[in-house]
Design a protein. Structure first.
Length: 291
């Protein structure tokens, strides 16, 4: 029984960890290329979850169709977000970018509360109560789907960054914008793509997690601050570091929550961030190669 309980905690930790990773990787990608801290990132996660709810309940879309549609819509929102708010910003506009994205976050969150209230909603799917039995442990199908979808997203982003010309342009731009410009890399096009991917990952996280937990307009705040802690712990701009740190934190929170008060689990990431900043300010994985 004790082993089964521990394995269940590990599965829960993996699920929440990969969601953290999807959000944190998007944050890290945008910071690595634009030098912008996007405080509105959590609200795009919230919008992805809320869109999933209405896609299922009002449009009657299926589980997989909803995830694909919400991810595509989030990518389109990324285009709008970049051209309207971020295209004129530079790394030197650090304080301005914080105020701008924080203001957008407040507008989106309070707009969501006005439109939908703070009543939690459940996204129904045919898999909501389905489970797989393995070694006496019940594995919810939706959690397994979450792990599979997140793993596929990680692999796709790795292949994009490591094995395509666009990925090489992103890595070059993250290391030196001046050198990238000298060899003909279009800063705006690459930066726009980074924002599209980052917000699409956030929307994917919301759409994937929506059927697992309840959704409501304030759900993005807690996730984005944890994502910031993850990015700092892993190393600013280091996408692989952010993903590894996110999964570690998800498992740690689940284990702590399984044996100790939940308030202690919620503070684990911030305690770890403080410790890392004290002893290794560049993060666990550094920022030598930021993308």
């Amino acid at each position: 029984m004790a082993d089964t309980y521990l394995l269940q905690l590990l599965l829960n930790g993996l699920v929440i960890g990969v969601i953290y990773a999807l959000i944190a990787m998007g944050l890290s990608l945008i910071f690595g290329l634009l030098g912008i801290v996007n405080f509105a990132h959590g609200e795009f996660y919230m919008l992805g979850a809320m869109l999933s709810f209405f896609a299922v309940t009002d449009l009657h879309l299926g589980y997989w169709t909803t995830i694909l549609a919400v991810t595509l819509v989030a990518g389109c929102v990324g285009v709008f977000f970049y051209h309207l708010f971020l295209s004129s910003l530079r790394a030197a506009d650090f304080e301005r970018s914080i105020l701008l994205t924080l203001g957008i976050s407040m507008v989106l969150q309070n707009g969501g509360i006005y439109l939908w209230t703070v009543t939690p909603r459940i996204v129904p799917t045919p898999y909501s109560y389905a489970a797989v039995t393995l070694g006496g442990m019940q594995l919810p199908v939706l959690r397994l789907f979450t792990l599979g979808i997140a793993t596929a997203a990680f692999l796709a982003l790795y292949l994009l960054l490591s094995h395509t010309l666009v990925g090489k342009a992103m890595r070059g731009l993250s290391q030196s914008s001046d050198a990238a410009a000298m060899v003909g890399i279009d800063h705006r096009s690459v930066a726009r793509l980074a924002v599209i991917i980052g917000i699409a990952l956030s929307g994917l996280a919301g759409a994937t997690l929506a059927p697992v937990y309840s959704v409501q307009p304030t759900m993005g705040s807690a996730f984005v601050f944890k994502a910031f802690a993850i990015v700092i712990i892993g190393g600013l701009g280091n996408i692989a570091g952010a993903a590894i740190t996110a999964i570690m934190l998800g498992i740690l929170e689940s284990l702590i929550g399984g044996f100790f008060p939940l308030t202690l689990a919620d503070s684990a990431g911030f305690i770890a961030m403080i410790v890392v900043l004290l002893f290794k300010p560049e993060g666990l994985f550094g920022r030598g190669v930021r993308v």
